[in-house]
Design a protein around this ligand. Structure first.
Ligand code: PPS
Length: 291
């Protein structure tokens, strides 16, 4: 858990009993949580958040506010969680949207998060190579990336679970928004204009404005929360050796689950880099700000 989170929020959050109408956005950190939360919030009739308002007030993080914080929300309750499914309040009465991002981009985004969130971590001067070791060992917030993914991947066929990837959202935001709307039972209200409106409002260019809506301000010189928002940033950060190790971890840890086939394009590029076909960088290169 991040250092700044109250342990009682975590303990009581796990004991929350899902209620009818609850919508959870469940993710491993840095996999597109805030983007999906904002889509869900807008689809359910939320007004675009003005600067000075906080998404976390209307769509709180379960582990931070605990059971009481969630129970006090007006229905339908919108709930963010980074818990693996085996620790999350999981029940048939609620809906769950799980978003996952390829681990190569996830580790890079998580690194910038960890150095920038000085309230939660003592890593402002941290090096990517050290963070990478923590990530691959599963010794970061919310534990092991692969284990997390597998716990949720195991329930993707359930009627009350919607599973997608950050890469699919990037490739087809409108298609994803329409599918999320259908999952939420909003088919009647979901014409193309409505979908386009939500896509515009939740698009990267809009979300990078007034970032105080999503997270506390970063210190001077640190990348913002909505940072680059691309697929493939890993190519400018991971060494060929790191690409090889993460590729290996993806394949061995997800083997036989179907989750190993989630990113065929990324895996093909990673294989080429791991084989020394270019694209990889020097892990000792100075960390780029990316802002
Ligand atoms: S957190 O802290 O776990 O809740 O972070 P999370 O929201 O899961 O992930 C943050 C990354 O998502 C990117 N982001 C977006 N990408 C594309 N479009 C939109 N609208 C968008 N909003 C947020 C954000 O930039 C972080 O990724 P990186 O790679 O660091 O840029």
């Amino acid at each position: 858990m991040p250092l700044g989170f109250p342990p009682e929020g975590f303990v009581s959050g796990m004991a929350y009993e899902p209620r009818p109408g609850d919508v959870f956005v469940a993710t491993y950190p840095k996999c597109g949580t805030t983007w999906m939360q904002y889509v869900v919030y807008l689809l359910l009739g939320g007004q675009p958040l003005a600067g000075g308002r906080l998404l976390g007030d209307v769509f709180p993080h379960l582990e931070e506010v605990g059971r009481e914080g969630i129970a006090a929300l007006p229905p339908p309750r919108l709930i963010k969680t980074h818990l693996p499914r085996t620790m999350a309040p999981f029940g048939e009465v609620a809906r769950y949207i799980y978003v996952v991002r390829n681990p190569f981009d996830c580790v890079v985004s998580f690194f910038h998060h960890t150095r920038g969130f000085v309230k939660h971590y003592d890593f402002a001067e941290g090096r990517f190579d050290d963070f990478f070791e923590c990530f691959i060992a599963g010794e970061v917030d919310f534990g092991d990336y692969f284990e997390h993914l597998l716990t949720w991947y195991a329930v993707i066929e359930a009627d009350n679970v919607f599973f997608t990837t950050y890469e699919r959202m990037k490739q087809d935001p409108e298609g994803t928004i329409a599918a999320v709307g259908a999952f939420l039972g909003l088919t009647g209200e979901m014409g193309p204009e409505r979908v386009a409106q939500v896509a515009e409002e939740s698009g990267f260019d809009r979300m990078r404005r007034n970032q105080d809506r999503w997270a506390s301000r970063r210190p001077e010189g640190m990348p913002p929360f909505v940072r680059k928002g691309i697929v493939g940033d890993w190519k400018s950060q991971l060494s060929a050796g790191q690409v090889r190790r993460l590729l290996d971890a993806l394949q061995t840890r997800t083997r036989g689950s179907g989750a190993s086939d989630l990113w065929p394009d990324v895996v093909a590029e990673a294989r080429a880099v791991a084989a020394g076909a270019g694209g990889a960088t020097n892990a000792e290169a100075p960390v780029r700000d990316g802002a």
